[in-house]
Design a protein around this ligand. Structure first.
Ligand code: ATP
Ligand code: MG
Length: 588
């Protein structure tokens, strides 16, 4: 992996911002200590060895998807490109929906994508919940300085007095209460003396601000909920808009990259940091927030709620269903970390929202794998072909390159026998126009073997073709001087019926029939594609069953073993994507 693989190395506005900061020495004198680092502790600390710090801050309340991969590639990629460090921080400030199982799955997914929160022997794995004590003291400092107060209005009253986009809000009757009263109430909140929703700590900013987020946002609320790491120690939890900048600052983050929805939060992000720095709680230089457009793709949904619904209602087999855009699903399907990083890099970093077509992901897999995936042959819809002029028990070894452009990878060897499996679509009793494959009287090449002359077929009582007959032409073997003596227009892939390996093969199509299944208020379930997974019993070239990474079946696409279903005694493989250059449209 190159240092900034997955992150567009072509100049983008984030790189520009970083370069400007570095040129201006904005982080000169910045110190670093293992977080959480209070301002006082930092004065004794060493200079920060990292030139920049970024972070990937997932909330452990669901599985990562392709959109998160974009953020991972971007944050880890930028850190690597500028000799910085990227933190993996679990933003676990919302206890009800969070679980350790998600923490584990997220760590696993980040590693699998090829990124590491270890840097120069130090781990940079952090949990926002480790900062709860510090955050509590910061909140007290805000109250003491008159920058926060405990509001006793109900959530509904707070909503009604918040104003609208065109009207200013109104001060809460508790806004100017004595500081000591707020401090005492805040302590009572912490001690569990008040029920959920009865009191809240609000920042005291500006109820008339044109930015609604500055109208005294709630920064702590009461939640009598069990937390997966802090158990029942806390019954008050900080709100994201306030907690996030504090977490960033405690970790010495320089560039806090988030998605565009948070643009309107930036003034409060800056207010929080500057206010706390002025109070001596945080050290300067302070982090800055930068927003980019989230990755939106066609033919998928990424909302956690919608993904959960697909899983819970059994529209898919689980979080790792190969049709889902979760990293677990993409991985099971056979997508490689390299392909996902390439895709993320290609989609670039932008300030404007747009949709990326799903086919871009498939193309990234092809571009990643075409130069390296070993080649093999499979028959997905088998029809028997009998070479009638070969004796029973005949075996002749044929060869094909493992990779057409890498002779150094050597040759595959497989046997030509009297009975073969070919694709059903490679025979027509009555050929349509421009059909060049098998039909009585036509000659085709068996790939890597001989030219055969189709002599007829066997049909069952209903007229279905159950066996095709042909005679091979000696002296036409591929790679011998006679190979070109007879010109044929069609080539047919095959496997030996005696030696082929039986396999279950899952073929996938888009999960939805509509490009934007959840556009507007549409019921996305109404657009599920009933044919998104097709399972066939096919035959593989011997040897394929031991491949563990991605390979290409000639004509058919890129495949990989199913990580869950594949077993030594039962071969189960997934098609990741078809070949761009589809055989069916090329030569029938
Ligand atoms: P939620 O709606 O629950 O907050 P989320 O998708 O934002 O869901 P987080 O765990 O908060 O989930 O996301 C972690 C990080 O990934 C955030 O910094 C977020 O901005 C980023 N991220 C999430 N979805 C995308 C996306 N589609 N494109 C780019 N970045 C994303
Ligand atoms: Mg989020």
């Amino acid at each position: 992996m190159t240092p900034h693989d997955g992150e567009a190395s072509t100049s983008n506005f984030l790189r520009h911002a970083i370069e400007t900061d570095l040129k201006a020495n904005r982080f000169e004198g910045k110190r670093w200590a293992t977080p959480p680092a209070l301002a006082q502790a930092l004065t004794q600390a060493d200079l920060d060895p990292a030139r920049i710090r970024t972070r990937f801050p997932p909330e452990p309340n669901g599985f990562l998807h392709i959109g998160h991969a974009k953020s991972i590639c971007l944050n880890f990629g930028l850190a690597a490109a500028y000799d910085g460090v990227c933190h993996l921080r679990f933003d676990d400030t919302n206890p009800e929906k969070e679980e350790q199982a998600y923490v584990d799955a997220i760590m696993d997914a980040v590693k699998w994508l090829g990124f590491d929160w270890q840097s120069k022997g130090k781990s940079h794995l952090y949990f926002a919940s480790d900062y709860f004590d510090v955050m509590y003291t910061f909140a007290q400092a805000l109250i003491k300085a008159g920058h926060a107060y405990v509001d006793e209005q109900s959530p509904e009253q707070m909503r009604l007095t918040r104003g609208t986009l065109t009207e200013p809000g109104h001060d809460s009757p508790w806004r100017n209460r004595p500081i000591d009263e707020s401090l005492a109430r805040f302590e009572e909140m912490r001690n569990g003396q008040h029920p959920d929703g009865s009191l809240a700590l609000r920042a005291r900013v500006d109820m008339t601000s044109p930015n609604m987020n500055m109208r005294d946002p709630v920064i702590y609320r009461i939640r009598h909920a069990h937390h997966h790491r802090t158990a029942d120690r806390w019954c008050i939890y900080p709100m994201y808009a306030w907690a996030h900048p504090v977490e960033d600052a405690l970790e010495g983050i320089t560039h806090s990259v988030c998605t565009l929805e948070f643009e309107d939060q930036r003034p409060f992000y800056d207010w929080t940091l500057n206010t706390l720095a002025d109070l001596g709680c945080l050290a300067r230089p302070l982090p800055r927030q930068y927003e980019f457009a989230r990755l939106n793709m066609s033919y998928i949904v990424t909302s956690k709620r919608k993904l959960l619904q697909l899983v819970k209602d059994h529209h898919v087999s689980g979080w790792d269903d190969p049709r889902l855009p979760t990293l677990a699903g993409l991985r099971r399907r056979g997508y490689t970390p390299e392909a996902i990083r390439l895709f993320c890099e290609r989609t670039g970093v932008s300030k404007a929202n747009s949709r990326i077509d799903y086919s871009g992901l498939e193309q990234a897999l092809r571009d990643d794998q075409d130069p390296k995936a070993p080649r093999s042959v499979a028959i997905l819809n088998p029809l028997k072909l009998v070479i009638t002029n070969l004796p029973e028990g005949y075996e002749e070894t044929c060869h094909a390159p493992v990779h057409p452009h890498h002779p150094e990878l050597g040759q595959r060897a497989f046997a030509l026998t009297r009975e073969l499996w070919i694709e059903r679509e490679d025979f027509e009793l009555v050929p349509p126009k421009k059909y060049f494959r098998l039909y009585p009287g036509n000659q085709v090449r068996l790939k890597y073997a001989y030219v055969v002359n189709c002599t007829g077929c066997v049909q069952d009582d209903d007229g279905n073709v159950i066996e095709v007959h042909a005679e091979y032409l000696p002296d036409t073997r591929s790679g011998t001087p006679g190979a070109d003596a007879i010109k044929v227009k069609g080539t047919v892939t095959w496997v030996s019926a005696k030696h082929a390996i039986a396999a279950t093969i899952h073929l996938y199509d888009r999960l939805f029939t509509e490009a934007y299944p959840d556009a507007g208020d549409a019921d996305f379930l109404a657009h599920l594609n009933p044919e998104s997974r097709q399972t066939v019993q096919g035959w593989l070239e011997p040897g394929t069953q031991t491949l563990t990474d991605v390979w290409q079946f000639e004509r058919l696409g890129y495949f990989a073993p199913d990580r869950i279903e594949n077993r030594p005694d039962q071969v189960v493989i997934n098609r990741i994507t078809t070949l761009k250059d589809n055989w069916a449209t090329r030569s029938s």
